[in-house]
Each structure stands twice: as C-alpha cells, then as structure tokens.
Ligand binder design. Structure first.
Ligand code: KG4
Ligand code: ZN
Length: 343
C-alpha cells in the first residue's frame, strides 16, 4: 500500500500527515498560530514563516513516530508548493525537498488549492470525476469544474474579496477574534438573519462571479450606526453570504451539467453554508459532497491525499521545483473584468 507524507505551511497552520492509498489517515497533526496573529486581526506573514521553521521538523518526527514509521517506509513526500504566503510556503517545500533528497524518495509539489479540490475524494470514496467545486477559503472564492487530477476549469471567481476574507474583516468590525468565520457563525446563532438589510452583490448577474467588498462595507455602516445588535449583524451577514453562494452556484450548476456539487475550503466548515448548498444540490438533482469540518480548514491530510492521487497518476516533481505565491488551478482562466489581483 502506497504511503504519502504530506507537509503544509502556506498560511498560518503547520500541518503534517501520513495518508495511504486506501484513504486511511495513519497519523496527522495540525498546529495553528491563532494566538500569535490575534493581536493583528489577520495573519502576519513574517511571524507565520518563523513559526513554521520552529515547529514543522518536530511535527514530522512526531507524526512518523505516531504511525510507528520511519521516513524509509514512506513512498513519496508531498509538500505544498503554493499558492500562499511565500515565506511559509518555502518552509514545507524545503523540508519536503530535504527529506526526498536524504531518503531518496520522489517529491510531489502540491498546489494547496488542489489539496482542497481533491479533499472531498479522501472523505467520500464514491465521488468520481467530474464535479462542480465551490472552493471557499480565506484567499479564494471560485467555482471550478474538476474533471480529473490536475484538470480544472474555472467557471467563476471573486472580483474583489474572498469569502473567508469577508468573514474575517466583518468579524474584526464586530470586535470578534481571528479567525472570523467560526466566531461569526457562533454569534449568528443568537441573531435574526433578516434583521439587518444587507446587499447581495452580483446576485442575479449573468456570469457566476462573486463580490463581497460591498457587503463588508455595509457591515461597517451597520456597526457604525450603533442601532443594531451585534448578533443580528452577524446573522444577517452570514445569510447574505449564503444567498450569494447559492445564487452563483445555481447558475454554474445550470451551465456545467456535472453530476455532483462539492464544497471545500475553510469556509465550507460553516454549517449554514453546508445546509444551504446541500438543499441546492437536491433541488438541482445533483449528488452533494462536503468533507468533514477538520478536512475543510487547512490540514496536511488533504496535501498527502492530493499527492497520493498525483503519485497514482505517475506524476512527480524535480527537486528544483519553485515555491509560488500565486498559482491558479486553471492557468488558462481569463482575467475577470473588474477583478483586482486575486484570481
Ligand atoms: O482553507 P483555510 O483554512 O485557509 C486558506 O487556505 O485560506 O480557510 C480559512 C478561512 C478563514 O477566512 C476562516 O475565517 C474561514 O476559512 N472559516 C470559516 C469557518 N471556519 C473557517 N468561515 C465561516 N464559517 C466557519 N465555520
Ligand atoms: Zn486553505
């Protein structure tokens, strides 16, 4: 049985996992850095990179020990090579290169987004290609047709903020701690989702793109007015996000014809979003799949699994493979009119 070691450090989580070709997670660890970044309300790249350097080697030793394995029992080493905060990306990639070189094992340079994109297949053995993927994380909000390993077509993206970014920025406005998504979800449970009128940017427009900057500004105005309960703002914000995601995904589903709808990325841990998209899939007659919450937020099991899928397809990477801050899954996707630098 093939065993893959996965390494991840592209944002603020250091993660290591051992996964086999039978979808078994032999051992894994994720260590977040929330305390280090909380005073700043967002991830500070320099602090993140230094923390990864300190913690990742010990985690690799521990995960191998937990599985009662040595590096020689591993068939290949999968490390995130981007996209992400470049200082952090380099830590796992260089660790992976060092191990591959020392142990004489193949290296798999994994796109972090491919990790998220294939993670549903780790949890759901019956999920075949193709599927329509709503990828919602701190840095991305995209609709992609996943046609096979390494074969992605982007149908839509955000023209401004990513959806996780909208959660994090709105949480900051509401004086909640970082990361904002779980904090808003919790506060929203005590609020009325119809209490505060908020915009649904791009809902009803002809292309399935997303926009969240205007929603965040509306949250800012609602907070500044001093007339709204914080829990009502949180609930209304979350409802506006749900409405945007459902409307845009419905349009993409109508265009794509893929038999399954899949949601992945950190924001897919949100229960209200999961429920709404499950309902949409049923209404549109598609299969629905979403990984468990721990597999939605950043982890190394998804990187090891993407590595396992690539390894099974006969792929591997040379030791001079670069670390990339930007690395779109669909390199041929057109730049979207009105979009900033995010793709
Ligand atoms: O995939 P991820 O762990 O890291 C990136 O690759 O970006 O996603 C992190 C994002 C953060 O913006 C965080 O606030 C959001 O996912 N998130 C959530 C929830 N849990 C994490 N957003 C909404 N509801 C949640 N329960
Ligand atoms: Zn991620």
């Amino acid at each position: 049985m093939t065993v893959i070691l996965g390494l991840e450090s592209s944002c603020d989580d250091s993660a290591v996992a051992l996964v086999d070709g039978d979808r078994r997670i032999l051992a894994q660890a994720v260590v977040g850095q929330n305390n280090a970044h909380q005073p700043y309300g967002g991830v500070v790249p320099e602090i993140a990179a230094r923390a990864h350097v300190e913690i990742l080697p010990g985690m690799i030793e521990q995960v191998l020990a937990d599985a009662k394995m040595s590096i020689h029992d591993v068939d290949a080493i999968a490390a995130t090579a981007g996209p992400g905060l470049i200082g952090g990306v380099m830590v796992a990639l260089l660790a992976g290169k060092g191990l591959a070189l020392a142990a004489g094992k193949p290296l798999l340079a994994v796109n972090h987004l491919e990790g998220h994109a294939l993670s549903p297949r780790l949890a759901d053995p019956d999920l075949g290609f193709p599927y329509l993927l709503l990828l919602v994380s701190g840095g991305h909000c995209q609709l992609l047709e996943v046609r096979g390993v390494g074969d992605y077509r982007r149908l839509a993206t955000t023209i401004d903020d990513a959806v996780g970014e909208a959660f994090d920025k709105s949480a900051k406005l509401l004086d909640l701690t970082y990361p904002g998504g779980p904090a808003i979800e919790e506060l929203a449970m005590q609020g009325d989702p119809s209490a505060v009128p908020l915009p649904r940017p791009l809902v009803g427009s002809g292309e399935p793109h997303f926009s969240f900057a205007g929603l965040k500004s509306a949250v800012q105005r609602a907070v500044a007015s001093g007339e709204r309960r914080r829990e009502d703002i949180a609930a209304s914000f979350q409802q506006a996000v749900v409405d945007c995601l459902v409307d845009r995904t419905r349009l993409a589903l109508e265009r794509s014809g893929a038999p399954a709808l899949v949601v992945a990325g950190g924001v897919a841990a949100n229960q209200a979003i999961r429920r709404a998209l499950a309902d949409l899939a049923i209404a549109e007659g598609r299969r629905f799949s979403v990984p468990p919450g721990w597999l939605c937020t950043d982890n190394a099991a998804m990187i090891a699994w993407a590595g396992a899928e690539r390894f099974a397809a006969g792929m591997s990477d040379a030791l001079d493979v670069p670390a990339r801050a930007r690395w779109p899954l669909d390199e041929d996707a057109e730049k979207v009119r009105g979009a900033g630098v995010k793709a």
